[in-house]
Design a protein around this ligand. Structure first.
Ligand code: PMP
Length: 355
């Protein structure tokens, strides 16, 4: 007995794990610098860690109150109704809910190329078909409504990543509005703001008060440092609460995740420190990397190193893990996550030595 034919589905290629690499190199994980998955180099909020410890005593129960509390806290923060916050098992889970709620078999979606792989994966899981719009290196990966509309052909969902992974470019709300104005009434524009906290561009959530064809994706994995908890959410149009009740996987956002999220959300200082640290790290990389880089709104920098796989492999042997962007269709680049000054200096020094 075998699963159905899954040859159309491509496995997700995650950034290299620190334990995995330490074992391969026969070194202590402490000696490695991991800047490959855009995690929070400053760790989680200490308040979230306390909340996780406390939640451990309550894990025999299904997460109901904590889920509602977190929905309410996020709704308050974004000035939307509680039902507009679709909590999920990571931003990836929220993408699945959107695909589940929007796509009928054979419906098409439009994704950026290069771009985050899970849009296409999620659409295919939900029997959707995937078309691409280009972000061009020659145009510094600029994101405009016009550029997306050139490729748009009535797709049901259009994904925009702002800040973009891996290029770091952004699409401000006015441009998202211009895009949504010119797509069909039954096209949803999903603005993925997984890295939104690191950017100075306002959130596209501000558009939700005026229209029902935009949704915004956010996560606790990046600025909040809770990637291991798997907690993300979509902020959706006004009257979609019923759809959430119909498409969500029961209790997919765990008690531990919801309680950690609530505590992290209250710790503005930790987020501010993280964002400030990431900005300093970005600036250091622009200034000190001896190769072309692109200005980034996220907690990472794309660097053109010539042969990304060679630099990735050689840097790893030096104990520095960066992201080879070959799987993004950018074999000449690596993506380096922002880190503490020590981590950044070591990564930049290592990469420069390999150029
Ligand atoms: N969107 C983008 C652009 C990402 O880079 C990521 C994480 N790699 C996600 C969404 C999803 O993150 P998570 O599932 O950890 O919330």
């Amino acid at each position: 007995m075998q699963p159905r034919d899954l040859s159309a589905h491509t496995p997700y290629e995650a950034g290299r794990g620190i334990e995995e690499t330490a074992r391969e190199l026969g070194v202590d994980p402490e000696d490695l610098v991991k800047l490959s998955s855009n995690e929070n180099a400053w760790g989680p909020s200490p308040k979230a860690v306390v909340a996780i410890r406390e939640a451990a005593a309550a894990v025999h129960a299904y997460p109901k109150a904590s889920h509602a509390d977190l929905q309410a806290a996020l709704a308050d923060r974004f000035d939307v109704a509680d039902g507009q916050v679709w909590l999920a098992n990571g931003g990836d889970g929220a993408l699945d809910y959107l695909a589940r709620a929007l796509l009928a078999p054979g419906d098409e979606v439009l994704v950026p190329e290069p771009g985050f792989a899970y849009y296409a994966m999620s659409a295919r899981f939900h029997h959707g078909r995937v078309n691409e719009y280009p972000l061009r290196k020659a145009e510094d990966f600029e994101q405009t409504a016009e550029g997306v509309l050139d490729a748009y052909d009535g797709e049901r969902v259009v994904y925009v990543t702002s800040p973009h992974n891996p290029a770091g470019t952004e699409m401000p709300p006015d441009e998202v509005r211009a895009l949504a104005d010119r797509t069909n009434d039954d096209t949803l524009v999903v603005v993925d703001e997984a890295y939104g906290e690191f950017s100075e561009t306002p959130s596209a959530v501000s558009l939700l008060g005026e229209r029902d064809d935009v949704a915004v994706l956010r996560t606790f994995s990046k600025a909040y440092g809770l990637a291991g908890c798997r907690l993300g959410y979509a902020v959706v149009p006004d009257d979609w609460a019923d759809a959430y009740a119909r498409v969500n996987t029961p209790f997919a956002a765990s008690e531990i995740a919801c309680r950690a999220g609530l505590a992290a959300l209250e710790d503005d200082d930790h987020v501010e420190r993280t964002v400030e640290g990431a900005r300093e790290s970005r600036e250091y990389m622009y200034e000190h990397l001896d190769c072309p880089t692109w200005e980034s709104g996220g907690n990472f920098v794309l660097a053109e190193v010539g042969d990304g796989t060679r630099v990735f492999e050689a840097a790893k042997r030096e104990g520095v893990i960066v992201r080879d962007t070959t799987s993004f269709g950018l074999p000449e680049c690596v993506r380096i996550t922002c880190g503490t000054p020590e981590m950044t200096e070591r990564a930049v020094g290592t990469v420069n030595d390999l150029l």
